[in-house]
Write a protein of this length. Structure first.
Length: 173
């Protein structure tokens, strides 16, 4: 067996989850870190959105309830493509609720009662914060010439801005 093949085999046995990529190990680690942070925030925002969906009350209950359910579905739909992108570039991804809690920037809301308008405002601010984090990671992947991740992020920025816009418009008096 040639030394290159032997070295490749040893590397695969040592780290079986490392997917080969032309981006390089350093780029893979940078992408993994940024995207896992986004994934943690998306899971946190998903659960907060569902929390508010389940606990919504007031005169616009039906409209807000349906809006938040739709937005939660959009957030959940982001999770698998984010995790798969991390794996495609040679990284590993979140493994537990605790891992999410260590990385998330979106704060939980465990209050017994939150007014409907406060729910919409908090979710709007959280979506705006997610947009900012997506832009930060976009800058990183752009510098690393990771076109595929940048392209995905661009779509998620648009979707996240749309959620923030809907939340803003729904809460105007």
């Amino acid at each position: 067996m040639g030394s290159a093949k032997k070295s490749d085999l040893q590397q695969r046995r040592k780290a079986p989850l490392i997917t080969p990529t032309d981006l390089g190990a350093a780029a893979s680690k940078s992408i993994e870190g940024g995207m896992n942070g986004i994934l943690a925030d998306v899971f946190a925002l998903y659960l907060k959105t569902k929390n508010f969906h389940w606990h919504m009350s007031g005169p616009h209950f039906r409209d807000y309830h349906l809006l938040l359910d739709e937005q939660a579905d959009q957030l959940y739909a982001m999770t698998d493509p984010i995790a798969e992108r991390i794996r495609k570039v040679g990284g590993t991804t979140l493994r537990s609720i605790g891992h999410i809690a260590r990385l998330q920037r979106i704060k939980d809301n465990d209050a017994d009662y939150v007014d409907a308008q406060d729910m919409l405002a908090e979710l709007r601010e959280d979506n705006q914060a997610l947009t900012a984090r997506l832009r930060e990671v976009h800058e990183v992947v752009d510098e690393l010439n990771d076109i595929a991740t940048a392209s995905l992020i661009e779509n998620w920025i648009d979707e996240t801005e749309r959620r923030a816009w809907f939340l803003y418009e729904a809460s105007r008096r």
